[in-house]
Design a protein around this ligand. Structure first.
Ligand SMILES: [Zn+2]
Length: 207
């Protein structure tokens, strides 16, 4: 694995710290490295309205950002939302090269790569795209199709499922592991403000 890829893996891991807290924004992580691959600084987007990952990392790097490589999971934004465009800050910082995984599919925020190139910064895209597409799958689905990301959980009532709990006379037909995962997903959706859309208890289907 080269140093850019390992920095991108680190950026993905950082972005996932905020999973479920950034809606309506995506999760984003950023790592700034020297040419040798040594990390100068890193950052991630914590919540909507807070600084974008690139800005957090750039501020931490300070003057060391000059001549460095910025590795970021999503194409840097090019519009004034709740915060100023990241491309401006990147250009002003003296970063030499920008590497990102997924192009911003949001029409109002895209165009960042072109603007960076126009300013003389080398831009490389599609590094670890599959990993970032996966970690941001819920947000990407919403932006690309305007439909929510849906998880369907199905179970069959039978002695082979949750037998250990059958004696408890509790109406569970999922295992403890499954219920833990479902609970985690509910918490994330709740944090997203999707209070009506969270997973509903499905009916027992008798076969
Ligand atoms: Zn941004």
């Amino acid at each position: 694995m080269n140093s850019t890829e390992s920095a991108m893996r680190r950026a993905v891991a950082l972005s996932e710290i905020a999973l479920g807290k950034t809606s309506p924004n995506p999760i984003v992580g950023a790592v700034i490295i020297y040419e040798s691959g040594e990390i100068i600084s890193e950052g991630f987007h914590e919540s909507a309205g807070s600084e974008h990952a690139e800005i957090v990392a750039l501020k931490r790097a300070g003057a060391k950002a000059k001549g460095s490589t910025l590795v970021v999971t999503l194409e840097p934004c090019n519009h004034f939302g709740k915060t100023p465009p990241c491309v401006e800050a990147i250009i002003n910082s003296g970063v030499k090269k920008v590497v990102f995984a997924v192009k911003d599919p949001n029409p109002i925020a895209s165009g960042g790569a072109e603007k960076l190139r126009a300013a003389g910064i080398e831009v490389i895209s599609d590094v670890l795209t599959k990993e970032v597409e996966f970690s941001n799958r819920a947000w990407l689905k919403k932006i690309r199709t305007n439909s929510p990301f849906v998880t369907l959980k199905m179970a069959k009532l039978g002695w082979e499922i949750s037998r250990a709990e059958w004696n408890l006379k509790v109406d569970y037909y999922s295992t403890v592991e499954t219920r833990c995962r479902i609970f985690e997903k509910r918490v994330r959706r709740y944090r997203h403000g999707d209070r009506n859309g969270y997973i509903r208890q499905s009916k027992i289907i008798r076969s």
